[in-house]
Design a binder for this molecule. Sequence first.
Ligand SMILES: [Fe+2]
Length: 233
Amino acid sequence: MSDLHFKKGYDDKLESLTNTIGKADLLLLSGDLTHFGKERELDTVLSILSGVSPNIYAVPGNCDTKAIAESLKKRGISLEGSAAIAGECLINGLGGVPQWRKVDYGFTEEELLQTLNQGADAATALLNERPGGYIRILLTHVPPYGSKADRAMFMKHVGSKAVAEHIQQSQYDLCVCGHIHECVGVSMFNEVPLINCGPARRGYYVVINIDLDANDQLNISLQSKRDGSRFWG
Ligand SMILES: [Fe+2]
């Protein structure tokens, strides 16, 4: 899920969406959990979403404040510049966006690249500790520049060049992002499936199924879904 932009008073809407989603082994949140919210909004979001899965990992979006980003780290669920193993998945991530408006949680492309590399290094360290054939996932808020997931108003590309460069130089099995609400869906970028989850505040989410097929080959299926509910916007 991405772009909840949760505000006080939308508890029932979020609960209704989580009831539609049902249960998952793992829940990844691609940022904008709150709309410049406070700790108490984050508390509410995470408490409601724990109904979907006890295993939640997140990165902060541009509309999450620095305090929210810090809080995600303190709770041990942030993948901003870090990594985690969850079941068959090895995930590392990036928060924020390239500097945009003053109010946003934003960084220079150089800083974004640095954080991406920090996350990838953390993933390598985990892999050395617990070797295995994991499904490698990159979780970011901002999509890669020049992709099908980063066109604001379906026109101008507004993604991150650092994210694009990082994906081109790495070997991910899946890239999960959000941020550009109108570019919801699954596309390919540099031969890697790229998921823009779409705005959960308008009922969007993506289901990722990972199975072994009859020939013991790994089979990943992706479904972009939408519930009828809207929080706002
Ligand atoms: Fe957003």
